[in-house]
Design a protein around this ligand. Structure first.
Ligand SMILES: Cc1ncc(COP(=O)(O)O)c(C=O)c1O
Length: 374
């Protein structure tokens, strides 16, 4: 007995990883978005101070954590959550992405919509329950009977940002269909080209818009959820720390299901999340590290004949040489640089590859110099 799931994409990269490792200067692995910089001291200290965790943690999160999430939404995302019952911590966000269709009670006859160029876990979540996954960006084309819509702005892998208008249209269409709509916003603090989405209705026009902001979803969060992860902004992917917020009725239903299933973030991690949410300095510092890496890599890639598409926010450069993606991946592996083929995100015909910015300054400089013609 086994679930009918696709092969795990990264397994197919193993032969090219071996080739890249043979490069005399060592591999530059830009194939996954796994942070390489240290978890900030303020977060580690909070974790250490909370290691006496004899009791079961609260599935809904401690009151202090829930309040910290509400404060963070107000400060960083321009979102007012009327009650701490509108938030729910999760064990990283990938589990929620994969389990949400099931936790919402969807089944075989249901349809889940996700972006055309997408993080694969949205479709996996549909596959886990035998539901139909439809890859479609145009809200007008979302089919009748859609129960759940995934947006991912800023996007992985392509770094695309949906502006206020785009989010508004999506929310309106989901409401018309009676579907729950969720924006996976885990790259929201990593906006690079605000002129592309700045909007006069926003309190802070250059902020990457949240689906929960009043200029998007109006004066109610009915049918709407945002999800956010601390993995990237705070370098704590190993802690597994994320959360969801929005419609209190949906959050309440998820809480009930998660209590039954024992999906509880560990108590020390809950304490560390508060420290991460309340400290803005480490987030700003990390963003500047990524900005420098992005600038260096982008310049080298453009010099080497790549076109960078979208990529206005987030942790990746979505690049193309207008050739089949696996050809680009192979040529880069010869240079000792490992990247993810676009086929992982949009099918075998993709002509893009994804460069992650999650490598040390030294490795990014090595990649830039290998890409630069002598
Ligand atoms: C779009 C998107 N959503 C969710 C995740 C999961 O992150 P985590 O489980 O670390 O919160 C990732 C990780 O790369 C991602 O790119």
């Amino acid at each position: 007995m086994a679930l009918d799931l696709p092969d795990f994409p990264w397994d197919s990269l193993a032969p090219l990883a071996r080739r890249a490792r043979e490069h005399p200067g060592g591999i530059v692995d830009l194939s996954v978005g796994s942070p390489v910089d240290a978890t900030p001291d303020v977060v580690r200290a909070a974790l250490v101070a909370a290691t006496d965790a004899h009791a079961y943690p609260q599935t809904m999160g401690t009151p202090a954590l829930r309040e910290a999430i509400v404060r963070w939404y107000a400060r960083r995302r321009g979102v007012t959550l009327s009650t701490p019952d509108a938030v729910l911590p999760t064990i990283g966000s990938k589990e929620l992405v994969a389990l949400l269709p099931m936790l919402l009670g969807l089944g075989r006859d249901d349809t889940v919509v996700h972006p055309r160029t997408a993080y694969p876990t949205y479709a996996v979540g549909a596959a886990l329950i035998g539901a139909r996954a439809v890859a479609e960006d145009d809200p007008a084309a979302w089919p009748e009977g859609t129960r759940l819509v995934w947006l991912n702005s800023p996007g992985n892998p392509d770094g695309a940002v949906l502006g206020v208008e785009g989010l508004r249209t999506a929310v309106a269409r989901a409401r018309e269909l009676g579907a729950v709509i969720v924006n996976d916003e885990c790259y929201a603090e990593l906006g690079w080209e605000p002129e592309r989405w700045a909007h006069g209705d926003s309190e802070v026009p250059e902020r990457v818009p949240s689906i929960l902001a009043p200029e998007v979803s109006g004066n109610t969060h009915a049918g709407v959820l945002g999800i956010y992860s601390l993995s990237k902004q705070s370098n704590l992917a190993g802690y597994r720390a994320a959360f969801s917020a929005g419609d209190p009725a949906i959050v309440g239903a998820l809480l009930e299901a998660r209590k039954h299933a024992g999906l509880i973030p560990p108590a020390p991690v809950q304490a560390a999340m508060i420290a991460a949410l309340d400290d803005e300095q480490h987030v700003a510092e990390q963003k500047e590290r990524y900005r420098a890496r992005r600038d260096a890599l982008r310049t080298a890639l453009e010099g080497a004949g790549f076109r960078i598409d979208r990529s206005e926010a987030g942790l990746y450069l979505w690049a193309s040489r207008d050739e089949p993606c696996w050809s680009t991946v192979e040529r880069l592996a010869e240079l000792g640089i490992l990247v993810a083929p676009g086929s992982f995100y949009e099918g075998e015909m993709s002509t893009h590859v994804r460069f992650a910015l999650t490598a040390t300054d030294e490795r990014i400089a090595a990649a830039a110099s290998r890409l630069t013609p002598n």
